[in-house]
Design a protein around this ligand. Structure first.
Ligand SMILES: C[S@@+](CC[C@H](N)C(=O)[O-])C[C@H]1O[C@@H](n2cnc3c(N)ncnc32)[C@H](O)[C@@H]1O
Length: 268
């Protein structure tokens, strides 16, 4: 499957900020609690974006670790490098890494490879997961996150209501993560644990929900071509979504969108 996906700095940051502001729980705390990292380890963060997980790992280990962060977006790599410089982080390397190509890394290097909210954009899932497996040390762990099928039901409910039940194309994440990706990991690694993070985002008014929807669809809508074709262009559909969200907020007094994230921990 060929998916051309490049996150922009702005959309990613909008979604991260909305989670921080309206979510009851902190996903980084959940991740660190699951992983119980040991000092001195060598970490690769694949699709590191602006460096969110790199910063969490580094702080958790008080800098007692080596971290390589790789991404395909130069814009996000620049931002990650800026964070590293600003925080004077030592032994952190930011590199260009396209997970659709062989990683520029030798075999058996890392104790942990993380890949958060990204692996479902890979063109060839078995290829990318084999590359991750190859660069892990024996006994090393892969940690990935992605949306489970029941993720953000309200988002789909409101879009359905706004469009009179027009069939919604699959989102790349929730349609692949707990299926093709989980199966590939289970087939390749000696042990795979499936964990869940449930985080309701509670909005008192429709505006932040709409900002989230816009930042979510701005890239994914390239894959929803039929949905936004002809008269139903993006802004027309967004206006209908706005009305449906307002109606729902008036009826229910608030909007609650539950994020349901899977965290797979697999051992080589
Ligand atoms: C939703 S962001 C997640 C970023 C970061 N892990 C986080 O959680 O903040 C998805 C990331 O996947 C990256 N990405 C997309 N295609 C990629 C590819 N072929 N190789 C490496 N990274 C890719 C994007 O540039 C973006 O940084």
């Amino acid at each position: 499957m060929k998916i051309n996906f490049q996150e922009t700095t702005k959309d990613l940051q909008v979604r991260i900020d909305i989670h921080n502001q309206f979510g009851g729980k902190n996903i980084d705390e959940w991740m660190l609690d699951l992983l119980k990292l040991e000092k001195g380890i060598n970490i690769l963060d694949v699709a590191c974006g602006a460096g969110k997980q790199i910063i969490s790992f580094y702080n958790e280990l008080d800098g007692n670790c080596s971290i390589t962060g790789g991404d395909v977006s130069q814009e996000l790599l620049d931002q990650a490098q800026e964070e590293v410089n600003k925080r004077k982080m030592k032994a952190v390397n930011i590199i260009e890494l396209d997970f659709n190509k062989p990683f520029p890394i030798e075999d058996n290097q890392f104790d942990l490879v993380s890949c958060c909210f990204a692996i479902y954009y890979a063109q060839d899932i078995p290829f990318t997961i084999k590359e991750i497996h190859r660069v892990l040390k024996p006994g090393g762990r892969l940690f990935t996150t992605g949306p489970m099928p029941e993720n953000k039901q309200l988002f789909y409910d409101i879009i359905r209501e706004a469009t009179n039940d027009k069939p919604i194309p699959p989102m790349p994440g929730s349609s692949r993560y707990n299926f093709e990706i989980r199966e590939t990991i289970e087939g390749l690694f000696s042990k795979t644990e499936v964990n869940r993070f449930n985080n309701p985002l509670t909005f008192a008014s429709p505006e932040p929900f709409l900002a989230y929807t816009r930042a979510s669809l701005s890239e994914d809508r390239k894959l929803w071509k039929d949905f936004f074709s002809g008269e139903d262009d993006f802004e027309t559909v967004m206006a209908k979504i706005g009305k449906a969200a307002k109606r729902r907020a008036e009826t229910d007094g608030k909007l609650v969108m539950e994020k349901v994230v899977g965290g797979f921990v697999a051992t080589k």
